[in-house]
Design a protein around this ligand. Structure first.
Ligand SMILES: [Zn+2]
Length: 439
């Protein structure tokens, strides 16, 4: 009996000592704040880079921005020496499930499940490359797999960027979203959603919204990489365009208009679309209309450069000289549009299996070539993109209260814009996705 009491006594003393020893861990404030310490901060709002600004992240929110001397003692300090911290990049025009340069053949060969799996991998690579938010502009899938990707990422089953956008691009028969190179008796389902006339457009838009698209994407004109149509041709009539925008607006869903041909661009703006995608043959009237209607422009320049200069377009598609013949005047008009007050957002278009995800940020350099300042291009890929998405209350800048989508790049991108091609640190929603500096 005596031995047992002695043992029990010793055990009790041991437990008491253990509790005493770990009590500071149990009762002090939990460590749930990161302090991100870099050389420079681009906050997405200021006109210059800022020094001596440490970004504090509590859970998934930016909780404070303080001088280095005021880092709370319980914060986990993440040192990112030699870097610039900036908002996560917003890619306003992307197709994560489209693959192969002859993407229409690829569409016919691959199941929706295959495209979804490939798309998930692609989205993860985009996030690692610093794109924390992606607007999908239709995805060459018969079903709605892109909505499943969005859901599974939001549920936390897989990690990936924030997603918004349209599951399909809506096209007329024979337009840029149709398969125009097979014989009539080959009854295939096209990569786009094919509609003709006002009633079919309304129905397609209702279906898109029913299955989760939070944007409507319409192919107002022909496209560059599809077969059997032409970017200088206008597909939709003004009546069809007006019906599309009216139907989407009634359900508070914005419309993005793929448009190259001048008349298509101008008609789409007048109809009230929220963004013009590409805008290759825009003119002064297009700029005036965009200013008047507050329309955003997402030019996606680098993807055109990539294809024209790499010779990767198949012979069946439009030839490279055609693109190069208008490129310079197009870039001049993009610069002019920017100076006139048109809001320009960054979109990479075919980033992933086609244009490597690590070089898609070259879009920023092409916007500088068009006449935007380095800071204006960074804003185009952050806060302006957030405004386009109507998410600027949540993302797009490093401000207290916003969601913690933050990246760090080596050096200063205001001096070397190529730094954006290789972020060394990526945080999405307060979660560290990548930290190459490992501190
Ligand atoms: Zn596109």
């Amino acid at each position: 009996m005596k031995d047992i009491s002695l043992k029990q006594g010793l055990i009790s003393i041991g437990v008491a000592l253990a509790i005493f020893w770990i009590s500071p861990l149990l009762f002090s404030e939990p460590v749930d704040t990161y302090a991100l310490v870099s050389d420079t901060l681009i906050d997405g709002i200021s006109e210059n880079g800022l020094n001596n600004k440490v970004v504090l992240v509590k859970k998934n929110v930016i909780s404070d921005i303080v001088p280095v001397t005021e880092i709370p003692p319980n914060a986990i300090r993440i040192d990112l020496p030699g870097t610039t911290l900036m908002p996560g990049m917003i890619n306003a025009h992307e197709h994560p499930m489209i693959f192969r340069h002859d993407y229409q053949n690829a569409h016919l060969e691959a199941s929706s499940a295959y495209k979804a799996l490939l798309g998930l991998s692609n989205l993860q690579n985009l996030l690692l490359a610093g794109w924390t938010t992606i607007r999908v502009m239709g995805d060459a899938d018969v079903y709605y797999a892109v909505q499943d990707l969005k859901r599974i990422i939001e549920e936390g089953v897989f990690w990936g960027p924030r997603l918004t956008g349209a599951a399909h691009y809506i096209s007329v028969t024979g337009g840029g979203g149709d398969i125009n190179y097979l014989s009539l008796e080959q009854n295939v389902i096209a990569d786009g959603l094919i509609v003709d006339g006002v009633d079919e457009i309304r129905k397609a838009i209702r279906q898109e919204i029913k299955y989760g698209s939070d944007w409507i994407k319409i192919m107002v004109t022909g496209a560059f990489m599809s077969v059997g149509d032409h970017p200088k041709n206008v597909s939709f009539s003004p009546e069809e365009l007006a019906a599309a925008v009216t139907e989407a607006k009634r359900q508070n869903v914005p419309v993005a208009a793929h448009a190259h041909a001048t008349e298509g661009i101008n008609q789409a703006i007048i109809s009230g679309v929220r963004s013009i995608e590409h805008g290759s043959f825009m003119n002064q009237k297009s700029i005036d209309l965009m200013v008047k209607h507050g329309t955003f422009l997402v030019p996606t320049i680098y993807v055109g450069d990539y294809y024209a200069l790499s010779g990767k377009l198949r012979e069946q598609t439009k030839n490279d000289d055609f693109y190069l013949s208008f490129r310079d005047s197009w870039l001049q008009l993009i610069g002019k549009a920017h100076r006139s007050g048109v809001k320009i957002a960054v979109g990479s278009d075919l980033c992933g299996p086609m244009v490597e995800s690590t070089i898609c940020a070259r879009e920023f350099a092409t916007l500088i070539e068009a006449g935007l300042t380095p800071m204006a291009t960074i804003k185009a890929g952050t806060i302006v993109g957030a405004e386009l998405l109507q998410w600027d209350d949540r993302i797009g800048s490093i401000e207290v209260g916003k969601l913690a989508d933050i990246i760090a790049v080596l050096g200063n991108p205001l001096e070397t814009i190529e730094a954006l091609e290789n972020p060394v640190f990526v945080m999405k929603d307060g979660q560290i996705i990548k930290n190459n500096l490992g501190r």
